[in-house]
Design a protein around this ligand. Structure first.
Ligand SMILES: [Zn+2]
Length: 163
């Protein structure tokens, strides 16, 4: 279960604006003293710092619950790479574009749902022989959140419900 929980959060702290990969811990959303059980739905991966902030009451339980619901919804709908892209934007909303050599299909779910736009990057194209066929590739793509993509990232950050 520990592994499943870490997979759910992409081996990162589940707070979208944190995303720390070190010192990960499992936190009980409803306190262990109350539930006396370890269930997938009641556990969330947090880094030591966020875990301490949650335990001290600085981070409200209602927010942690909503982070968990959003995490579950987004990681079922999108690939882990797409989820990571959303958490990237959660920390770089001011930059609002990502230049990447990853091809469009990698973020296909987000593009299909209208949350992300891909534009071919400038510079030199290159071609490559794959399985006996010549393919043309742009050197990189420019990925930008659409308005609905910005909404989702803001909902992630602010622990609001994602539809
Ligand atoms: Zn954290």
């Amino acid at each position: 279960m520990q592994r499943a929980l870490k997979e759910e959060s992409g081996y990162r702290c589940a707070i979208p604006t944190c995303g720390q990969t070190a010192a990960l811990q499992l936190a009980h959303i409803e306190p262990w003293a109350k539930t006396k059980e370890h269930t997938f739905d009641n556990l969330i991966v947090l880094c030591a710092i966020c875990h301490a902030r949650f335990d001290s009451g600085e981070m409200p339980k209602s927010s942690i619950l909503q982070y968990k619901r959003n995490l579950s919804l987004l990681t079922h709908r999108y690939s882990q790479t797409e989820y990571r892209l959303l958490t990237f934007f959660a920390n770089h909303l001011d930059e609002d574009v990502l230049v990447s050599s990853l091809d469009k299909f990698v973020f296909g779910g987000l593009i299909e749902d209208g949350h992300l736009e891909a534009h071919p990057g400038g510079g030199m194209r290159h071609s490559q022989m794959i399985f006996g066929r010549q393919y043309e590739f742009p050197p990189y793509w420019i990925y930008a959140l659409t308005d609905s993509g910005v909404d989702i990232v803001n909902e992630m950050i602010n622990a609001e419900s994602i539809e």
